[in-house]
Design a protein around this ligand. Structure first.
Ligand code: PGA
Length: 253
């Protein structure tokens, strides 16, 4: 069976000291609860804090992910961080194709595909984000938009490779806006994504892939969202910056 996953995307927030405090607080709260075996917690802090997070993770309850990776293997790419570097720091996951990367840094489905390949080649699990903007939903094009993103970013993979992918459906109009997709809207899109996966790799493979919801997910709406049959957890932005809020979502299953 596929994993339930709650991943925290810290984005560009916190100082080293604040990051240390948050992880410490989260650790002690995680020690107090017993999570189901099939649930995985992931935190994705900014690059400079990854090693600290991964030191904590060594003896604990969560895994660590990066928020981005270079689309080249190595060499003269000033300011970039490669998949091999992340692997050598024992980072387990990496977010790819977040809508903020697509909107502000020109990331395309082609870039996403290249990053996915490099991550997989280095033993990391990509968390691949897809989702439509408001105008696309208003025009009724959300299913086509997400189909193009899933095909362009992932359809070149084989059945063994796709099993190492986590998909996050994040309607752009819901990210950081306080406007959450209804459970019906989210479930409908998650089922659409799973049927795309089933058509490409077969139902058995599609049933093994975790599909997370992201976009203003908080303790008050997580339960309803996570109760949907095709929603396997969440990619959490704002609410992952406070230990209590994040825990409220982690324990929503
Ligand atoms: P949000 O962000 O939870 O703050 O809406 C989600 C994300 O961008 O991953």
């Amino acid at each position: 069976m596929r994993k339930h996953i709650v991943a925290g995307n810290w984005k560009m927030n916190k100082s080293f000291e604040e990051a240390d405090e948050l992880i410490d607080e989260l650790m002690s709260k995680l020690e107090e609860v017993s999570l189901p075996r099939d649930e995985q917690v992931i935190i994705c802090p900014p690059f400079p804090f990854l090693e600290m997070a991964s030191d904590y993770a060594n003896d604990s309850y969560f895994m660590v992910g990066a928020q981005n990776v270079a689309d080249h293997e190595s060499g003269a790419y000033t300011g970039e961080v490669s998949a091999r570097m992340l692997a050598s720091c024992e980072i387990d996951y990496c977010i790819v194709g977040h809508s903020e990367r697509r909107a502000y840094y020109g990331e395309t489905d082609q870039t996403v595909a290249a990053k996915v390949d490099l991550l997989l080649a280095n033993g990391l699990k990509p968390i691949v984000c897809v989702g439509e903007v408001l105008e696309e939903r208003e025009a009724g094009r959300q299913f086509d938009v997400v189909k193009t993103q899933v095909e362009g970013g992932l359809f070149h993979l084989d059945a063994e490779q796709i099993k190492n992918i986590v998909i996050a459906y994040e309607p752009v109009w819901a990210i950081g806006t306080g406007k959450t997709a209804t459970p019906e809207q989210a479930q409908e899109m998650h089922a659409h994504i799973r049927s795309l996966l089933a058509n490409r790799w077969g139902k058995e493979v599609a049933d093994e892939i975790s599909i997370l919801y992201g976009g203003s997910c908080k303790p008050s709406n997580a339960k309803e969202l996570f109760a949907c049959p095709d929603i396997d957890g969440g990619l959490i932005g704002g609410a992952s910056l406070k230990a209590d809020d994040f825990m409220g979502i982690i324990t929503a299953f």
